[in-house]
Design a protein around this ligand. Structure first.
Ligand code: AMP
Ligand code: GLY
Length: 420
């Protein structure tokens, strides 16, 4: 098969690693890819932001399957365009990607499907939103409705902060994504993410993970795209997994199908494990980054037949198997991340890191080649990922990998999976 992988982050490097390991894949093209991905595949002559160029490339080079990594092309309808052109693509249509693209859409779906989530309401005018905020007994959570690159949510500490966040969103801080604002009760509990694969009708659990969103140790400082991950999520149990599938994931897939917008692809349920049971924080319509890195190193099965089974509506008699061994991913970021990452510093020692312990993988997220040097090219730069017989062993191996990387400017958290 010839697979075209869309994206250029750590998640996509992990996907490239898993896809290129499949005996079914004889050619892997990456649009645009990154230096790590381009060791496993080749650069595709197309622009993922321009669907016409993706269709043309797929036709000219006989692409059998397109795999978009990030949410933006899914929400923008890349899969619809490819399907209309007769090209197979793994991921939701734009209508199904609204599960990530619109938080108010997802609230309505939760109401219809009986999915437990935070109490709250959606608003398209600032005055009504402010009045509702002031009527709450505790400062609520304010969310821009649309995609805001992980910056659209304010977990307010005070009423005034909540009001300011709503005003800022309506004032254009997130562009069109903030034209509608969701106000929600603040839920208390432990967060975890569960990943499932759906074929429109059937849905199967893959695995779960915990993400570390803040920049600093002890969950201090600003939010980031994710500074590390551990899979499985330490707080999850088999009972909770079954409950999340039954009460959250299956009803979402069934309701999307009933509405005539079946969900095909990876469904990521962001969860709050509360005293009253698991509740949905958000759906995403793709793998998490860096959760994907910790998930895929645990995957025992060939990923490609799983993606094909999902496309063909055959997940009911299919199983993707994961190793029980946990995995830990530690993100190494450029100094100044998340506000203003400084790029250009040289990174060495990737091969040494991969040899520092068995089962260490260094996934590249934002790197570039300058002459024959590898340099930091963005905020989150590397995801050093390792498995082990238990979390402590996986953690030790991942941090041994980090220590072997020769990149003096790097910043990373020291406490990924520490309390697991
Ligand atoms: P989201 O982009 O919806 O995942 O929100 C980002 C983060 O905000 C989540 O991972 C939670 O930590 C937090 N969050 C979102 N909604 C709530 C809520 N209703 N209660 C408490 N925390 C929330
Ligand atoms: N790590 C969070 C996300 O991928 O959305």
């Amino acid at each position: 098969m010839h697979i075209l992988l869309i994206g250029s982050g750590g998640r996509e490097h992990a996907l490239a690693w898993a896809l290129s390991a499949s005996p079914l894949v004889d050619r892997l093209s990456c649009a645009p890819g990154n230096p790590g991905m381009l060791e496993l595949g080749e650069a595709a002559a197309c622009d993922p932001a321009d669907p016409d160029s993706v269709v043309a490339f797929a036709r000219e080079t006989a692409v059998d399957l397109v795999v978009p990594g990030p949410e933006a092309p899914l929400v923008a309808g890349l899969v619809d365009r490819l399907e209309a052109a007769g090209i197979r693509a793994f991921g939701p249509t734009a209508a199904a990607a609204r599960l990530e693209g619109s938080k108010s859409f997802t609230r309505l779906l939760c109401a219809e499907a009986g999915i437990p989530c935070a109490a709250g309401q959606s608003f398209d005018a600032v005055d009504a939103a402010v009045a509702y905020i002031r009527a709450q007994s505790a400062p609520p959570v304010i969310k821009a409705d649309g995609l805001a690159a992980g910056k659209g949510v304010t977990v307010a500490a005070t009423m005034e902060e909540a009001v300011d966040a709503a005003r800022a969103a309506f004032g254009g801080r997130f562009g069109a994504a903030g034209r509608c604002v969701v106000v929600e009760e603040r839920m208390e509990g432990t967060e975890a993410s569960l990943f499932a694969i759906a074929d429109g009708t059937n849905v199967r659990m893959l695995a779960d993970a915990q993400d570390y969103k803040r920049i600093g140790d002890g969950d201090k400082g600003p939010n980031t795209g994710g500074m590390g991950a551990v899979s499985p999520a330490p707080a999850m149990t088999d009972t909770l997994r079954a409950e999340v599938m039954e009460r959250i994931v299956q009803p979402a897939v069934a309701t999307m199908a009933r509405r005539g917008t079946p969900f095909r692809g990876i469904l990521y349920a962001g969860l709050m494990l509360t005293g009253a049971g698991p509740k949905l924080v958000e759906f995403n319509v793709r793998f998490g980054d860096p959760e994907c890195q910790a998930l895929l190193v645990r995957l025992r099965s060939d990923l490609v037949p799983g993606l094909v089974a999902a496309l063909e509506g055959e997940l009911d008699n299919f199983d993707l198997r994961f190793r029980p061994d946990p995995a830990v991913c530690v993100v190494m970021a450029a100094p100044g991340y998340p506000e203003a990452p400084e790029t250009g510093s040289e990174i060495r020692g990737l091969a040494a890191a991969e040899q520092s312990e068995p089962d260490v993988h260094v996934f590249q997220a934002s790197t570039a080649r300058r002459d024959d040097r590898l340099v930091a090219a963005g905020g989150r730069v590397l995801g050093v990922t390792a498995t082990g017989t238990d979390v402590a062993a996986a953690r030790r191996a991942a941090y041994a990998g980090v220590a072997a990387i020769d990149w003096p400017e790097a910043v990373w958290r020291r406490d990924i999976a520490a309390t697991a």
